[in-house]
Design a protein around this ligand. Structure first.
Ligand code: MTE
Ligand code: MO
Length: 549
């Protein structure tokens, strides 16, 4: 009889890492192929909902700072990739910790019952994951029961596998346990056997991971429920064949200024989902309930029978730093809520609407806002196309002057109530009103596009945007170094709800210069010069750009 030799903790960590990576690969492939729950993202999204707002704000703020400092790419798409990576690494970390604990537990019991304990561990992890899946209640193309069964099977296999790996590491096959060999020799045989076993396990993990990724990518249906785009609907964005309303404006943007009308593919996306929820458009209905004469529901077709409104709108995220890219302008189409309101038949005591979304997001809208402003609308299209999945298909709201955090996407229901409540982000410490502050940004100092004026002066076109919610912009000024503030020319905006493009032709001086911009909103209020971070009410401060010529 030889004594039991427990595999070391490092072997346990390695084995747990391999098995957890296999689990992730298999879950990923099943998610892509059959729409089964991808637990790492679901756990991440669940954490994002339950953790205190300050923790989330710190996380998002750090990510935005890093992305901007390292110029990693468009903030919102890069951040989503960052979140997905964190979700997967976090899941892997949890799997490794759980595996290490299992190895320690089994060691304290002298190696007995490794598989049984592994299965118990898998079952605990499965139950927790199923609970998260049910709490999120994300729509998916698989049924909740199938999702639960799949999670249970996958996690039991993972836990049982861990137990078997432990058993295998304890009882090396290379040696005959009954053979008469010395202890030292046995130890070395064991070490070699464990090492080659772990190497083979690593190889198998690599193979499974590659297979999972390939299957997921090839079959990849983005775990979408069937999306039915209105038959005969437009295939082309509105902007592809229509001129912008200010096309004839004499103020030509300085070369290098961002596009005045943001292409759909470049509009930022911010929400609480690692992967945007996919709504089955065939089954979708807007539920209207609460303090109304009688609850009812509306389909997209019902909405299409109302007068359709189109508005050019600039939307910005409250997390957008001064000069950031979490801001965009497109053409929003839908129905004015003011027109819909009488048909909803709210009871006299109703004062607010609580809007609930597929992803658990919610927001409160005072009826006074709707009654006072016919531009508040339920929106089904952007740039002439039905809303993309990531931008809230099939229905979102638009409320002039407010940041995106007040503008729910993926709307499911409107409940009429008699009191104000904090919305999703207000509950997490953000501003109650979330009104967009005036902001101005220099996009370009186009020194290689210098023009020579009549006095033979070289003028460098400087340009960018200015925006103040629905208040419009009455003045933009540029200062070079410590010089005087100079008025910039303002191009007519696409609408009263969008940013303006401005341009200032700077008399060129060689050397190093700092350009600063500021604006005044349409009501006469100057842009706030004092710097403030994005939380809790949106960033303020002047944008500066330093260039060397
Ligand atoms: N249902 C839902 N709606 C939402 C959010 C969300 O997380 N869930 N995020 C809001 C925030 S913070 C912003 S900035 C805007 C962004 O809209 P976009 O991604 O279409 O640009 O959506 C808003 N609507
Ligand atoms: Mo936002």
């Amino acid at each position: 009889m030889r004594s039991f030799r427990s595999p070391g903790l490092s072997a346990g960590i390695l084995a747990a890492a391999f098995l957890t990576i296999c689990l992730i690969a298999v879950l990923y492939a099943a998610w892509k192929v059959a729409g089964l729950p991808f637990v790492p993202y679901e756990v991440f999204d669940w954490q994002a909902r339950v953790l205190p707002g300050s923790v989330i704000e710190f996380g998002i703020g750090t990510m935005v700072t890093i992305i901007r400092a390292l110029k990693l790419g468009p903030t919102s798409t890069t951040a989503k990739v960052g979140e997905q990576t964190m979700a997967i690494l976090g899941f892997l970390f949890a799997g490794v910790v759980a595996g290490a604990i299992l190895f320690l537990l089994v060691r304290s019991r002298h190696g007995r019952g490794a598989v049984a304990q592994g299965v118990v561990l898998g079952a605990i992890a499965a139950v927790a994951s199923i609970l998260v899946n049910r709490v999120l209640a994300a729509p998916s193309s698989s049924s909740p029961a199938a999702g639960a069964a799949w999670i249970l099977a996958a996690f039991l296999a993972w836990g049982g596998g861990l137990g078997r790996v432990h058993r295998r590491l304890v009882a090396p096959r290379a040696s005959d346990p009954d053979a008469e060999i010395g202890l030292a020799e046995l130890a070395s045989v064991e070490r070699t056997d464990r090492r080659s076993f772990l190497i083979r396990l690593g190889g198998a993990t690599a193979a499974i991971t590659v297979a999972g990724a390939v299957v997921g990518k090839l079959v990849g249906r983005e775990h979408a429920a069937p999306v039915i785009v209105g038959a005969g609907g437009p295939a082309e964005p509105w902007s592809a064949s229509n001129a912008l309303p200010n096309a004839d404006d004499p103020v030509v943007p300085a070369p290098g200024t961002r596009p005045e009308f943001t292409p759909l593919s470049r509009h930022y996306r911010i929400d609480i989902n690692t992967v945007p929820p996919s709504v089955d458009l065939a089954k979708w209905k807007l539920e209207v309930r609460g303090l109304v004469e009688s609850p009812f529901s509306l389909t997209l077709e019902d909405l299409s029978r109302y007068e359709q409104v189109h508005q050019f709108v600039t939307l910005s995220c409250i997390s957008n730093p001064v000069g950031g890219d979490l801001i965009g302008t497109t053409r929003w189409s839908g129905v004015s809520l003011q027109k819909l309101l009488p048909g909803f038949k709210p009871k006299p005591q109703a004062t607010h609407m609580k809007i609930r979304c597929t992803d658990g997001f919610y927001e409160i809208v005072p009826l006074g806002t709707v009654r006072a402003d016919d531009r508040v609308m339920l929106v089904h299209s952007w740039d002439g196309l039905p809303l993309a999945r990531e931008h809230g298909a099939p229905l979102r709201i638009y409320i002039p002057d407010l940041h995106g955090m007040k503008q729910p996407k993926w709307i499911e229901s409107i409940e009429f109530t008699d009191r104000w409540e904090p919305g999703y982000w207000v509950e997490r410490g953000w501003d109650k009103t979330a009104r967009m502050k005036a902001t101005s940004v220099i996009d370009t100092v186009a020194v290689d596009m210098t023009i020579i004026n009549a006095d033979r002066r070289s003028l460098v076109p400087v340009g960018g945007i200015a925006h103040a919610g629905a208040r419009g912009i009455s003045k933009v000024e540029v200062r070079v170094d410590d010089g005087p503030w100079q008025a910039a020319k303002i191009r007519a905006p696409l609408s009263a709800l969008t940013w303006v493009l401005w341009r200032y032709d700077w008399p060129f001086e060689p050397g190093k210069h700092t350009f600063t911009v500021r604006c005044v909103d349409g009501l006469g209020a100057a842009q706030i010069e004092e710097r403030a971070p994005v939380a809790p009410s949106g960033a303020s401060g002047l944008f500066r750009k330093t260039e060397m010529f």
